[in-house]
Design a protein around this ligand. Structure first.
Ligand SMILES: Nc1ncnc2c1ncn2[C@@H]1O[C@H](COP(=O)(O)OP(=O)(O)OP(=O)(O)O)[C@@H](O)[C@H]1O
Ligand SMILES: [Mg+2]
Length: 244
């Protein structure tokens, strides 16, 4: 018993048997925290999330979710274990309305009253989506789509939600909006594992972070200390000079 929300130990994983993309990853996420995984393109950030979610074969190591071993559990069973995953792209049904997208997030839930209750909870976080609930998701802005994708994942009432670059392609203003929502979601008691390129914005809302490079976790630290470390900033986060 570790009491952790997520405990990844010695994770080795890859898409084909010949090539290990993740070469021994250790990550700990405490309950109620926001933890960010940073790193350059191709470092293995998305692969890490996918391996945790059961979408990439794990060759060695363990993944524990709230002290339960979920290593190798098929993706469709992860939802029941309390894990939600918002992929970077293609994360909404463009032709369906916002409301229908949300319902798809809890398609195993047959009780309509319960579905309504969950949707109401999500609209409280995203009032903007309630106003447009009959609108096709494909007609929304990038930021709004991201909120639909997050809302859909929340419909399954996860205990831990993993998001792959929710800020990708968004304007700075929208990044701020989406990240503020992540804080609200954390306030709901949901633990968050975030993968990001936007180091500054992500660290600003995170408790701690880990930097991946070439399939290994290189640096762990409190978000604040990583943000303030000019060497880390320059080497890994693409921030030239001091992290001002
Ligand atoms: N479906 C796939 N099949 C085979 N190799 C893949 C696949 N997806 C990614 N890879 C490889 O795995 C490595 C890590 O990719 P990954 O997508 O995890 O990186 P990332 O850190 O998420 O990068 P980015 O910041 O660009 O999203 C890369 O070398 C990539 O070519
Ligand atoms: Mg990626």
């Amino acid at each position: 018993m570790t009491g952790l929300a997520l405990h990844v130990q010695g994770l080795v994983a890859g898409y084909t048997p010949e090539v290990d993309i993740l070469r021994g990853i250790d990550i700990q996420v405490r309950r109620g925290e926001i933890v960010t995984v940073l790193g350059p393109n191709g470092a293995g950030k998305s692969t890490l999330i996918k391996a945790i979610a059961g979408l990439v074969p794990v060759r060695a190591g363990h993944v524990e979710l709230f002290d339960e071993d979920i290593t190798g559990v098929p993706t469709h069973l992860m939802t029941r274990r309390g894990l939600a995953y918002v992929p970077q792209t293609d994360n909404i049904f463009a032709r369906l309305s916002i409301e229908e997208n949300l319902q798809m997030g809890a398609y195993v839930e047959p009780d309509r009253t319960e579905l309504k209750r969950r949707a109401t909870r999500i609209y409280a976080v995203f009032p903007h989506l309630r106003e447009r609930r009959r609108q096709a998701a494909g007609t929304l802005s990038g930021g709004e789509r991201q909120m639909v994708a997050i809302g859909r994942a929340l419909m399954a009432e996860p205990r831990l939600i993993m998001l792959d670059e929710p800020s990708a392609g968004l304007s700075p203003k929208m990044v701020g909006m989406v990240f503020a929502k992540l804080r609200d979601i954390r306030e709901m008691g949901i633990t968050i594992l975030l993968v990001e390129q936007n180091a500054k914005a992500a660290l600003a809302i995170s408790d701690s972070a880990c930097i991946l490079a070439e399939g290994r976790d290189r640096i762990h630290g409190a978000a604040r200390s990583l943000l303030d470390d000019p060497e880390v900033g320059a080497l890994y986060l693409g921030m030239r000079g001091a992290a001002s």
